[in-house]
Design a protein around this ligand. Structure first.
Ligand SMILES: *[C@@H]1O[C@H](CO)[C@@H](O)[C@H](O)[C@H]1NC(C)=O
Ligand SMILES: *[C@@H]1O[C@H](CO)[C@@H](O)[C@H](O)[C@H]1NC(C)=O
Ligand SMILES: [Zn+2]
Length: 666
């Protein structure tokens, strides 16, 4: 059973699981190098043309913000895709991603026409004082590339060259062409089976290739899709779309290679520049060195197994809007900045938000579930100095919200222990081992059924990521092998949505809002309803479904998807023709209903009304149960044969957890 990656730029499945009765089977060993280590090529300064002079903009007044205009140029390789894939890429994926970004961002200094600089035949070029153009020493390259894409001639400036001694300079060949009009950014989209596609098992990667001269804003970039990895499966579209947006955001500004080029609100660079106009290059990082006004190192006190506290070094993004949004999000007024990813190798680390802290934020380094573009990412784009963001386009991020400074700065060991001490749930982390039967839970945003991704690794985890002093049924010697499945989340375990597979084939997902996830009536063991108004509710006990001669209980239980609606009395849980009122959070609803010729019995726990409804009446204790109303449904009115209880122990429907690195970013 091969785990298919559900998003465009997945590298591989970092943690694919199959549950079988009595045993946990590894599909892809987490230690198998090809899978867990994603190699990211950081773009060298020789691949980027800096300080590209654009002719002054006559159309717009200075300093008037204007909606971002991305011009998408499809390479012939996209035209050569199979029709189904081509249509997906050209008619849906890129138009929708670009449309979202154009609505979300404004450009502070819009450009007029983009005319790109030519690459040189050798890597030697010259600049003359008072002349914005770049001169190639000897000759211009035959082709100018943006990543793997050859830039069309009509987007290029005239070739400017100087003789080898540098004395004789001038232009050669065709004069400046028309360029790309009315655009702030040219995105070259290709579908080439590049070496990287083959080597890294990735689906897409993207970066910028030319920066303009005045404010170093990227004006051109590329996104390459690995043709074999484009999926036309409907259930993978949402993941692919958010991945394409994620990639374009890297190309527009969210990149460690650009931190040193960010500007403050007054239009001054945060990082000191040399006479060339460029910051210093840090060869050991392979990046231009940013000022500590942009990114700063900090040391955290990090609780680990055995009551030890280690020093855990982190990089924080500390620009003003990011700091403000991070403080608001976690409700931690003293937070110094938003932590950047520290794992996953070059390209993942520093280029993404820390997965432990912003799990499902779309600019974290891997795809696990329901990715959202939050205010924090929009704040970063504003803090580049190049854009303004429309915050009403930001999506709600539940992960970590209002969890406080301990959550934002301490290890998940500390957080779990503290919550246990206070007798509170350890959300958003979890510490239940996957066992048979499976304990189902809810995703942090309560919109999908989920399982805890705590697992045993083949090797001991690094000391700083060993968090467990005891786990039920696990010997002390084995504890260092246990952690959350997602490495870049600092191995912190959390509940993850999954998909059900039958003989290796995808059956359905666990997102409550997707109607296609509705189980077949004969397999709907917990009276679940999937659809736009459904949310994940915790079950207090396993549901039973009964007909006169059959009684079924599904061994895997703990949560399910149920329809709710908001009424003036409060939140109501709604089955086909029966509603149950939740008077307060934590109230237990005794469900007894008839659906599809089955009688269901079970208990659900009420969520907090305000988690889902705009306005809620004050919480109060539910009225005493009306005995006349809950007269049990008569199951055997017609026949009275023997009742057989079936335990569905041998199930071939298997839940599969996906979580993989986005290898996409250069
Ligand atoms: C921001 O986005 C919202 C939602 O798309 C839109 O209604 C609003 O007009 C936008 N505001 C600005 C200033 O563009
Ligand atoms: C109990 O339920 C029955 C049937 O729905 C209703 O007629 C009766 O008034 C209810 N009694 C109370 C005390 O609410
Ligand atoms: Zn990325």
């Amino acid at each position: 059973m091969a785990a298919r990656c559900a998003a465009l730029s997945c590298c591989c499945s970092a943690s694919a699981w199959v549950f079988a009765v009595g045993a946990l089977i590894f599909l892809h060993g987490l230690s198998s190098g090809a899978c867990s280590i994603c190699k990211h090529r950081v773009p060298g300064p020789d691949e980027i043309i800096y300080k590209v002079h654009l002719s002054p903009n006559h159309v717009f007044k200075r300093n008037v913000n204007q909606q971002l205009r991305v011009k998408t140029i499809y390479d012939t390789s996209v035209e050569n895709l199979l029709p189904e894939k081509r249509k997906l890429v050209k008619n849906k994926l890129f138009p929708q991603a670009v449309s979202y970004l154009q609505k979300t961002f404004q450009v502070r200094k819009p450009s007029g026409t983009i005319l790109l600089s030519r690459q040189c035949a050798s890597d030697q070029y010259l600049r003359k004082r008072g002349d914005p153009r770049r001169y190639c020493s000897g000759a211009c390259a035959q082709y100018t590339r943006c990543g793997p894409v050859i830039v069309p001639e009509e987007h290029l400036q005239q070739c400017m060259i100087c003789s080898a001694d540098g004395w004789h300079c001038g232009s050669v060949g065709i004069p400046d062409r028309e360029g790309v009009e009315d655009a702030d950014f040219v995105l070259y989209v290709s579908a080439l089976s590049t070496e990287r596609c083959g080597q890294e098992n990735i689906v897409a990667y993207a970066a910028y290739c030319q920066l303009e001269a005045k404010m170093d804003r990227p004006i051109a970039g590329y996104a390459n899709l690995c043709p074999n990895m484009i999926s036309t499966q409907a259930q993978e579209f949402v993941g692919m779309l958010s991945t394409v947006k994620h990639e374009i955001l890297h190309a527009l500004g969210f990149s460690a290679g650009l931190f040193a080029f960010y500007y403050d609100d007054n239009g001054n660079p945060w990082t000191t520049r040399h006479a060339t106009g460029l910051p210093s290059f840090n060869p050991s990082l392979g990046l231009y060195q940013w000022s500590n006004k942009v990114v700063r190192k900090a040391a955290r006190l990090w609780d680990v197994r055995g009551n030890q506290i280690l020093q855990h070094d982190v990089f924080l993004l500390v620009t003003p809007r990011v700091v403000e949004e991070a403080r608001k999000h976690f409700n931690c007024p003293v937070l110094e900045g938003m932590e950047l990813e520290n794992q996953g190798g070059l390209g993942t680390e520093l280029n993404h938000w820390e997965k432990r802290l912003l799990e499902n934020e779309a600019m974290t380094g891997s795809h696990t579930q329901n990715r959202v573009f939050s205010r924090i990412t929009l704040a970063l784009m504003e803090d580049t100095g190049w854009y303004r963001a429309n915050y009403s386009m930001a999506e709600k991020l539940d992960w970590g919200r209002n969890k406080g400074c301990d959550f934002a700065t301490k290890s998940c060991k500390f957080w779990i222990a503290q919550q246990r001490k206070r007798q509170e749930i350890v959300r958003p982390y979890c510490d239940t081992l996957r066992s048979n039967p499976l304990q189902l839970m809810c995703r942090e945003d309560q919109r999908a059924v989920a399982v805890c991704n705590l697992q045993k690794f083949p090797n001991r985890l690094p000391h700083e990521y060993q968090y467990f002093d005891h786990l039920n049924g696990i010997s002390t010697e084995e504890l260092p092998y246990y952690g959350g499945a997602i490495e870049i989340a600092d191995f912190c375990p959390f509940s993850q949505e999954f998909s059900w597979h039958l003989s290796g084939k995808y059956q359905r997902g666990s997102d409550c809002r997707v109607p296609e996830n509705q189980p077949d009536p004969s397999r709907n063991y917990a009276a679940e309803t999937y659809g736009p108004n459904s949310v994940c509710l915790i079950q207090k006990s396993a549901f039973t479904m009964e007909q006169c001669t059959k009684k079924l209980t599904y061994p895997d239980w703990g949560s399910g998807c149920y329809q709710i609606f908001c009424s003036s009395q409060g939140l109501k849980v709604w089955f086909k023709d029966t509603t149950y009122l939740c008077s307060r959070a934590g109230q237990i609803l005794a469900i007894n209903i008839e659906m599809n010729n089955w009688v269901y019995t079970g208990n659900l726990i009420c969520p907090a009304c305000l988690d889902f409804c705009e306005s809620c009446p004050p919480e109060h204790d539910p009225p005493p149960i009306n005995k006349t109303r809950i007269r049990p449904i008569d199951i055997c009115s017609r026949s009275s044969s023997l009742v057989v209880t079936l335990w569905l122990l041998l199930i071939n429907l298997l839940p599969l957890l996906l979580g993989f690195l986005l290898c996409a970013h250069n």
